[in-house]
Design a binder for this molecule. Structure first.
Ligand SMILES: Cc1cc2nc3c(=O)[nH]c(=O)nc-3n(C[C@H](O)[C@H](O)[C@H](O)COP(=O)(O)O)c2cc1C
Length: 391
């Protein structure tokens, strides 16, 4: 049994490296877009404020944060990736970003690997850090004890539970187990003092899932929609790189999932008082501005931060983040918005396929734009730290 566990631990460790190799060496983003191209923020030629009046501070999961930007969970669990977590955390500390670590299963199962996650807290003593465990592990055996272990490992400010059923279906040694996950999530949301974030991994949360969990008390969601890193594609590429025959993904590798723009609107529609991360294919400041204007509290990026860091080093990553934040600041200025939350009031247009799909999903867009986006400012409250003030 001990031997079996060791084999499984080694697999979990090695998989992390395989994934990083796959995303660096091949195109792992889906051909389907985020549909953010169908959103336009109306330019305000008379913003009635100075560029310097714009403040990027906002609030996430009941805590004040310096920017509306998160590097979402990617790594940890192998000695070779500790440095990546350390550098991502260093940039998070420097710019006031929120940062997630990757699945902590490897650290929970092998204490020798804990340091590959812990380095994030050491490099970012003040940043908002998010722990990470997977739903299949909840389905199989994980509960409060493992969640607390993950939180304590990095002194996390929140814990993300990732949903990745599409990836598990295409991972040869995957865990496509999702029975009883809702019950486990509710146990964690009830039993932990730390906020629980339900996150997808690139195929997007839906109205139905968010509504169900929101009604059961979950208050934070990261939509991680289609249009960026696609895990069906990653697993197909990983098999090919290992010289194995991939499972037959066909068009699912590019076209399966809920596009990011749809997922953000559905999330805010389903959960008016929740904290929402708009992510999945967010690549620049304009994408950030658009997900915020659609109703997200913060935006999340994963793949580009990793690629830039590994290709251009820490200075390259700084420049990438600097550029995004400057673009976001300019977008706030050019819409007459003082804070990220003010973007919810800015006029936007939604056209084309995005409009068609949202209408088909029963979302009344006029009501959404003029009412639902504004509502959270009034109803928002957090059970652990009640905050009714806008930043
Ligand atoms: C190399 C890599 C590893 C990832 N590992 C995890 C993980 O362990 N846990 C998780 O919740 N999400 C993981 N993700 C998913 C990201 O957090 C994100 O949701 C997804 O990649 C979509 O964002 P993007 O298009 O900006 O990459 C990973 C992404 C990448 C690129």
């Amino acid at each position: 049994m001990v031997e079996e566990n060791n084999v499984e631990n080694n697999l979990t460790r090695e998989r992390k490296l395989d994934h990083i190799r796959a995303v660096l060496e091949r195109g792992v983003e889906s051909l389907h877009t985020t549909l953010l191209e169908n959103v336009r923020l109306v330019h305000n030629p008379l913003p009635e404020l100075d560029l310097d009046d714009v403040k990027l501070e906002t609030e996430f999961c009941g805590r004040r944060v310096e920017t509306p930007l998160m590097i979402t969970g990617m790594t940890g669990g192998h000695p070779d990736v500790a440095k990546i977590n350390q550098e991502l955390a260093r940039v998070a500390e420097e710019y006031g970003l929120i940062m997630g670590v990757g699945s902590q299963r490897a650290g929970i199962e092998d204490p020798n690997l804990i340091y590959t996650y812990k380095v994030a807290r050491e490099a970012a003593p003040n940043a908002f850090l998010v722990a990470n465990i997977g739903a299949p592990q909840l389905s199989k055996s994980y509960g409060l004890r493992e969640a607390l272990e993950a939180i304590n490992m990095i002194e996390a400010d929140a814990i993300a539970i990732h949903l990745n059923p599409a990836q598990e279906a295409y991972q040869k040694e995957g865990d496509p187990y999702y029975r009883n996950v809702i019950t486990r999530i509710v146990e964690l949301a009830d039993g932990l003092d730390t906020p629980v974030i339900i996150k997808e991994t690139g195929t997007g949360l839906s109205y139905e899932t968010i509504r169900e969990l929101y009604n059961l008390g979950v208050k934070c969601f990261d939509v991680a929609g289609l249009g960026g890193t696609n895990w069906v594609k990653v697993e197909v590429i990983r098999s090919a790189l290992r010289g194995e025959k991939p499972l037959p993904a066909g068009p699912l590798a590019d076209y399966w999932g809920n596009p990011t723009a749809i997922a953000v609107v559905e999330a805010r529609y389903a959960a008016p008082g929740a904290y929402i991360v708009g992510s999945g294919g967010v690549r620049n400041g304009l994408d950030v501005g658009k997900v915020l204007a659609l109703g997200a509290d913060i935006a999340g990026i994963a793949l580009p931060a990793l690629k830039v860091l590994l290709r251009n080093g820490y200075e390259g990553l700084r420049e990438y983040i600097d550029n995004i934040l400057y673009q976001v600041k300019t977008i706030l200025y050019l819409t007459g918005s003082r804070t990220p939350w003010d973007l919810w009031r800015t006029p936007i247009t939604i056209t084309g396929k995005l409009k068609e799909e949202l209408t088909m999903r029963g979302i009344d867009l006029e009501r959404y734009i003029s009412l639902v986006r504004l509502e959270p400012l009034r109803v928002r409250s957090w059970s652990h730290t009640v905050t009714l003030q806008k930043p």
